[in-house]
Design a protein around this ligand. Structure first.
Ligand SMILES: [Ca+2]
Ligand SMILES: [Ca+2]
Length: 151
């Protein structure tokens, strides 16, 4: 009886360990805001999400003295009728003032989610996040067309 209890304790401990592993194993590229990929003024990005918990972060800082206007278009390459990736952003006006995560309009599995002419004042940093909508994930490549301009 005692051996059985010890075995159960051991099995429980082992399964707890193996449950805690996957969360750490899901590590790809640019998964966190702090690891965001720095964008240039104009880029066509081609990446992929590899799990339902995967996300990719990007950032661009307005180092000029004039307001810039940002455009970003998210597109799933080879879309299907279910997989839906979303484009969100968080504008940091300064180190301590930011908008929090905001989502661009979701256009569905075959749509293009976009940020259009979004104002970025001098000194501000915009963070973009690409993630999959809950319950719709399958591994897909996607592209983001990014550019900043004057108006
Ligand atoms: Ca990632
Ligand atoms: Ca979407």
């Amino acid at each position: 009886m005692k051996i059985k209890q010890i075995l159960i304790t051991l099995i429980t401990a082992v399964s707890l360990l193996s449950y805690s592993q996957p969360a750490q194993a899901i590590q790809g590229f640019y998964d966190k805001k702090a690891d965001a990929k720095v964008l240039s003024d104009s880029e066509h990005i081609g990446f992929a999400l590899t799990s339902a918990d995967d996300a990719d972060w990007f950032k661009w800082t307005n180092n000029t003295t004039t307001t810039k206007y940002a455009n970003a278009v998210l597109n799933i390459i080879d879309p299907d009728s279910v997989t839906n990736y979303d484009l969100a952003f968080d504008m940091h006006y300064s180190q301590h003032i930011n908008t929090g995560l905001l989502y661009t309009h979701d256009t569905g599995p075959n749509g293009l989610d976009a940020l259009n002419f979004f104002q970025i004042p001098p000194g501000a940093t915009i963070y973009l996040k690409v993630l999959s909508k809950q319950g719709t994930f399958s591994p897909k490549s996607y592209s983001v067309r990014w550019s900043v301009q004057n108006v």
